[in-house]
Ligand binder design. Structure first.
Ligand SMILES: Nc1ncnc2c1ncn2[C@@H]1O[C@H](COP(=O)(O)OP(=O)(O)OP(=O)(O)O)[C@@H](O)[C@H]1O
Ligand SMILES: Nc1ncnc2c1ncn2[C@@H]1O[C@H](COP(=O)(O)OP(=O)(O)OP(=O)(O)O)[C@@H](O)[C@H]1O
Lengths: 219, 219
């Protein structure tokens, strides 16, 4: 379980906060606007009204202990950049920041953002692609309880066959593709005798609960 | 090649317009703000400054002949809803509308939007999921030339088995999942005797070129 602070509860930030909470994570939700704070308060671990550019306010919340920080402030580019800088200076190892233009994005990278997201731009690209493919539907959304994930293979897998790993019986997970990093080959519906090698990634299918349990176990 | 009108050139709308143009589609980009229009003009088929809630302005642009309409107006919910209604009344068969809250989304569905998108909400969910999976990589990106797509099944498939359809030999496409709309069941690595039924969707894997060829064929 990760400790995640989400700053900026607009449509994007509140969606991150609420979805993380649904996924069982510890979420501290922050916004300068009390109304936004109240809207999520019942569904997250903690919700606090502060100005996130105030380093003392951040310190008093114990922000330095968090695993992940999300800066989802939008229009106020200056506050977004300053908050990102503060989170890195307070020692949060992984900080995701939203950018509303590429210039801001480059600044964020320079000051230490581990990942920069352009939510509207990326969704626009996805929609464009889905309109052009004749029967394309919205990514890989299976029946409500299932999803497909791609995962790197842990060291404990290497040198073992899929039969030995027995993921279906032990974890309820079905391996549908093995990608060989070393050769770039792709094995679809790999046989039970397939040996997992270092660098391989697997695409797996499973129920959300099973995948969550698997993810918590391998953390 | 489709004729697509994109109304509202904010970050989301302009991304759709520019990506569609890159994908070789005919794009008419519209915004009430001349500055936004100028920004995309060189990269799309046509870019025009009008108020999209003005039905006469829309008519004069020959909007009724378009295949797809995208309404990417954001804050002005009323303009977004009115524009969506006008596009349907002018006879555009497929209209995608952005919504900034679920109430607006329900209204859009009632007035005929074929698809409602919540870009910030959906990206938030995706980011949340990517942060929680221990080894999660950004969706299903296979070796450069491959991808996984979900597709609806055309009428010509219904009542046939996968063996009869022979997609792998005919199109180079591997079916990895069949989703039964009627029961909600999911069949992973379906056998050759699996019969495709109306409403089924398939998740397929293939080389980009093969999938593009398939998509062009079924258009
Ligand atoms: N200094 C700050 N400290 C904390 N929160 C802030 C600060 N500045 C702005 N915010 C909050 O960030 C949130 C998101 O910012 P804003 O609404 O500008 O972004 P947006 O891009 O329009 O959002 P979205 O598209 O996600 O709805 C707002 O709720 C706002 O109150
Ligand atoms: N009546 C209208 N006719 C045409 N364009 C309009 C109309 N009303 C608003 N727009 C345009 O729609 C665009 C997007 O709207 P807005 O900026 O409110 O949305 P947004 O959700 O903040 O955008 P994004 O998140 O995509 O950047 C703006 O460029 C605006 O000028």
């Amino acid at each position: 379980k990760k400790q995640i602070v989400v700053i900026g509860l607009g449509r994007f930030g509140s969606s991150i906060a609420l979805n993380l909470a649904k996924l069982g994570q510890e979420v501290l939700a922050i916004d300068i606007d009390e109304v936004k704070v109240k809207e999520v308060a019942a569904q997250v671990t903690h919700a606090v009204q502060i100005d996130a550019t105030d380093i003392n306010a951040l310190k008093s919340l114990g922000i330095s202990n968090f695993d992940i920080g999300i800066v989802a402030i939008g229009e106020d580019v200056q506050a977004n950049i300053l908050t990102t800088l503060l989170l890195k200076e307070l020692g949060i190892p992984y900080v995701v920041a939203k950018a509303i233009n590429t210039l801001q994005g480059r600044v964020l990278v320079k000051i230490g953002a581990n990942r920069v997201v352009y939510p509207e731009k990326e969704m626009g690209k996805k929609i464009a692609h889905s309109l052009v493919s004749s029967n394309f539907m919205d990514y890989i959304e299976l029946a409500k309880d299932y999803r497909i994930e791609e995962m790197t293979t842990p060291a404990s897998f290497h040198g073992k066959t899929l039969r030995e790993l027995n993921l279906r019986n032990r974890w309820g997970i079905t391996v549908i593709v093995v990608k060989r990093e070393q050769t770039g080959d792709i094995e679809v519906s790999p046989g039970a005798e397939t040996t997992v090698l270092p660098g391989d990634t697997m695409i797996v299918l499973g129920k959300n609960d099973d995948l969550n349990r698997w993810n918590n176990h391998t953390r």
